[in-house]
Design a protein around this ligand. Structure first.
Ligand code: 5AD
Ligand code: FES
Length: 362
């Protein structure tokens, strides 16, 4: 069998290479992590960028089978932050030297929502004369809406494909036009055409998902030529249909380990993209995000949602930091990142180098 180091040193990775690396254990696994750390240091440097996360609203018109804020979950209180609450969080981010924000929301398409997000973008861009970078994560929208929000000042967009296998996608979503794989891919293309830096990702350890699927997910990211990625372990939620498959899942520990391998492999495959160390990783392992940073992640999203709303934005169970105020979170995070040997990109947007290199220079 080919030795792991020579596989890692290849320029191209086949599906079977990726499968082999995803199955790696013991010394092979350590080599994978070490190699990914070297690639990160060389290609994007040992720096971590903060994106303050504002969970704007848990009102959602979709019914994904895995998600705790799905429309059919009647056990949560629905909320939407006021403009003042969003702007206060944005001002806090600016004052703390966070260079960027992420506005994440349940999916809605009504005019009021579209306008509200547009206004918020405009208001946020006024803080510090446009110095805050802005990422949106507000789901599938029309191309026109994507353009409106882009023109208002948002410049990055996250839309996870969740799984790149169309048959698998059907198993984890209801069968209707609101949950259509082809439309989701189309949305990713519209985002690209609009000019956003585009991020996507998958959940790892979902019911009905195989290692083969995960290897294909990595190749999918490469083919789509994404600029950013956010991936994390799937964590079951009692109020969702997929909960019934809980006893068929990998252990939480193994889902976590597989997520680390996905981060490491994506760093090796797409050397200069931005990769997030996601909150779901921390939900399984208190040091989960630091571990992701050590194997290739370079973005972290501290939660700035006002504490009183956090327990209503539980996409999955045991979500961490739901009772810590934003500044406490910030202090603990900074110390944790320094311990990984990474510096913090204070006041730097830390845009995807991959995106910058793609753009023609004038
Ligand atoms: N476990 C882990 N991640 C989840 N998400 C939604 N539900 C879960 C879950 N049960 C993720 C999805 C979505 C993002 C906002 O949260 O990938 O895109
Ligand atoms: Fe809201 Fe999936 S349940 S987008």
């Amino acid at each position: 069998m080919t030795d792991i180091r020579s596989i890692l040193n290849q320029q191209q990775f086949s599906h079977s290479d990726l499968v082999r690396l995803l199955y790696s254990e013991g010394d092979d696994q350590q080599q994978l992590f070490k190699f990914a750390a070297e690639v990160k240091k060389k290609e994007v440097g040992n720096k971590v960028y903060f994106r303050g996360l504002i969970e704007y609203s848990n009102i959602c018109s979709k019914d994904c089978f895995y998600c705790g804020v799905r429309l059919s979950n009647k056990n949560i209180q629905r909320y939407q932050l006021s403009d003042a609450e969003v702007l206060q969080a944005a001002q806090f981010a600016y004052d703390q030297g966070f260079a960027s924000l992420v506005i994440q929301s349940g999916e809605r398409y009504d005019k009021a929502f579209i306008k509200q997000i547009e206004n918020l973008i405009i208001e946020i861009k006024k803080i510090g004369n446009g110095s805050l970078g802005l990422t949106l994560s507000c789901g599938e929208q029309s191309k026109e809406t994507y353009k409106r929000w882009f023109n208002a000042g948002a410049h990055r967009y996250l839309l996870r494909i969740e799984t790149s296998n169309q048959e698998h996608y059907k198993k984890i979503h209801p069968q209707n036009s609101k949950h259509d794989y082809v439309k989701r891919i189309q949305s990713l293309n519209h985002l690209k055409e609009t000019g956003y830096q585009v991020g996507t990702g998958v959940m790892i350890g979902l019911p009905f998902q195989s290692i083969d699927d995960l290897a294909n997910d990595l190749l999918f990211f490469q083919k789509l030529d994404i600029d950013m990625a956010g991936m994390g372990p799937y964590i079951e939620h009692k109020q969702t249909p997929l909960y019934q498959y809980s006893n068929e899942l990998l252990s939480l520990k193994n889902r976590f380990l597989l997520s680390l391998k996905m981060v490491a492999l994506l760093r090796i495959l797409m050397k200069d993209i931005n990769i997030a160390a996601t909150t779901a990783m921390q939900a399984i392992d208190p040091e989960g995000r630091e571990k992701a940073i050590l194997v290739g992640a370079n973005v972290i999203m501290p939660n700035l949602t006002p504490v009183k709303y956090r327990e209503d934005y539980l996409l999955y169970e045991d979500k961490p930091c739901i009772d810590e105020e934003a500044d406490e979170c910030k202090n603990c995070l900074e110390a944790r990142i320094h311990r990984t040997g990474n510096a913090i990109g204070h006041k730097e947007w830390g845009d995807s180098l991959h995106f910058k290199r793609k753009k023609p220079s004038f």
